[in-house]
Design a protein around this ligand. Structure first.
Ligand code: SF4
Length: 267
């Protein structure tokens, strides 16, 4: 292990379960996605098409965005295990159409976006001992938006628990959104004012919510007394240490390609 290239969108997963991260990104383990994963990526496609068209100054309606969603749901670009999921494609389509409409009419008008699916300049992290990590890729589901306080990074999250009691859940979101904050700053050579979670709930009631702006970057860079996650990651990569986390919400057969061979899981 000397120079590792990692997609920025995968870096947050390293801090959730490093053992799963090693299996997926360093050892090449794969599993078919579930319908819930497909619902999330298809919803992203519809909402991103809506925002990107607005950015280009083109006309686009919520119905057009819904069409992009349905096309992505029905024609996935990766393997999907439909039979092994508790969510049917029909129900996923109903939920995704509702979420796409809510996003276009209720959430998107709240933001003044300046970038959607932005390509990021590679960011190299020197881990010491001749080991480097290079983060690459795009902001994936995150956007950049202008506010009176400066540029913020809103990140669209889908899932059955992303909204709790009407509030967007930001727990365990800082590693990923902080990575986007840092890489946006590296790419644009300008500071960010924080991050925000746009939560699209995929439960049957399809709740949506937007979190307050929060500083996710601080978790990555740390402070004078406490090392940030980047420093901790550098130490772990240099040592080749990838600890498991059986408490992860993604510790399941559906979301972890290492699940069947992992001795650390507890179910
Ligand atoms: S089964 Fe659980 S503990 Fe094991 S690698 Fe997967 S997420 Fe981590």
């Amino acid at each position: 292990m000397s120079n590792l290239t990692i997609r920025a969108s995968a870096f947050g997963g390293f801090f959730d379960c490093a053992y799963r991260f090693e299996g997926t990104y360093l050892l090449g383990m794969k599993n078919a996605a579930g319908v819930r994963t497909l619902l999330g990526s298809a919803t992203h496609s519809g909402t991103a098409a809506f925002d990107a068209a607005h950015l280009r100054g083109e006309d686009i309606t919520p119905d057009d965005a819904a069409g992009v969603f349905v096309d992505a749901l029905r024609n996935p670009e990766y393997d999907v295990d439909v039979a092994g999921d508790d969510l049917s494609l029909k129900e996923a389509e109903r939920i995704g159409l509702t979420l796409t409409a809510k996003y276009c009419t209720e959430i998107a008008p709240q933001f003044q976006y300046t970038a959607v699916e932005m390509t990021l300049t590679p960011l190299e992290i020197d881990c010491g001992g001749g080991v480097t990590i290079t983060l690459t890729g795009t902001m994936d589901r995150a956007r950049a938006a202008e506010t009176d306080a400066g540029t913020i990074i809103p990140d669209v999250k889908t899932g059955s628990k992303v909204v709790s009691n009407g509030v967007a859940n930001i727990k365990a979101r800082s590693a990923q959104t902080g990575t986007y904050q840092l890489m946006y700053e590296h790419t644009m050579k300008e500071p960010t004012a924080g991050a925000q979670i746009i939560a699209l709930g995929t439960s049957s009631k399809t709740p949506v919510a937007v979190s307050p702006v929060f500083d996710a970057r601080r978790v990555l860079v740390g402070n004078e007394q406490t090392p940030g996650l980047i420093q901790l990651a550098a130490d772990m990569f240099r040592a080749g240490t990838f600890p498991p986390n059986p408490s992860s919400v993604l510790c399941s057969k559906r979301y972890c390609a290492r699940w069947s061979r992992c001795i650390y899981r507890e179910d």
